[in-house]
Write a protein that binds this ligand. Sequence first.
Ligand SMILES: [Cu+2]
Length: 369
Amino acid sequence: MKRSNALRAIFWLATMFAIAFFVRAESGGRQTSAPSHVHARAPGISIVDQNGQPAVSGAPSATSTTVDVTVGPDFAFHPFSVNISVGDTVRWTWAGNGHSVTSGPLCMADSQYCSPNDMSCFPGTLNNTGFVYQHTFAAAGTYLYHCLAHCVLGMTGFVNVTGGCAPTGWSAGPALPTPLVRAVGVYFQADGNFYTVGGRTSDLVGSDFQHVLKFNTTSNTWTQMPSTLPDNFMNNMACGVLAVSGTPSIYCVGGSFATGTTATARVFSYNPVTDTSTVLTSADNWPGDAAGTILPGGFAVANNKLYILGGFNINVAATNQIWEFDRNHVCAHMLPPFPHRCHRGRRSVGLPGWIGGGHHQLVSVRPGE
Ligand SMILES: [Cu+2]
């Protein structure tokens, strides 16, 4: 029994050393094959930041971080490995004389970075106690480095850089094929692409853009769809994707034209798959623009309904109304042959034989209107 416990302990110790070895071999890449196995330190990875905290994980830093490494005073870097995120900086401070920080495996400079200033990495320059060199890592990868003078004594280290986004969270995409303002951008889940609807190419009269631009998220390119949108009230629309009978389309509400002082209340749909647009009947006009001069403000789609949040009465004032557009809305009571409609949403007139379903709360039902 005792003997078996001892064997078990030995087995586990051996396993742990093996794991430590493999982890290090993975992280260090070619570094482990360098003639540098005379490190006096324990073989396990010890990755900490300048505060002694565990090093950052793979996520990009919210704000860029500087991690400190000490050069010397022995023939070693302390710690010899650091984990950082893209955009972070490693700052080496010399605690001994006659050392360098020189990028490259196998004791050969690869000139990616080096003390004292990333210039002339080979034959390079040695610096003394108190010197500070830092380098910011802009791309993910494992960056091996060494001291020119003492690499053969095992004076090596490496920097693991993970993450892939710019530290700010912003990154640029391909430019639109035309200058464009006051278009509406819509993500179309069905094909995974983005579309812009309308807008104008300048502030000049006649600059209204009666087209749809498609951003293909696979090829990362923009193209202009062939069709022409129904009118020139292409500025300041509210657009969102609504599905009717499982078929999604982009619905756009209201809008004005460049230099114009009137606003349309019409609603049209645009189907990116067929590249066709259809103007809904005037019964579906946005009631928020009853005055003919009011533009939709903010907007959002939730639960397959388009909401319009506030607006702007052109040259007058902002408005505070909230409107919901439910393209699937139907009247709860179909009473043919009386024409009737709901206060908002889709008319049930013209759908003979339609038989219920998808009922929603009604604002009013006005038979005979
Ligand atoms: Cu050295």
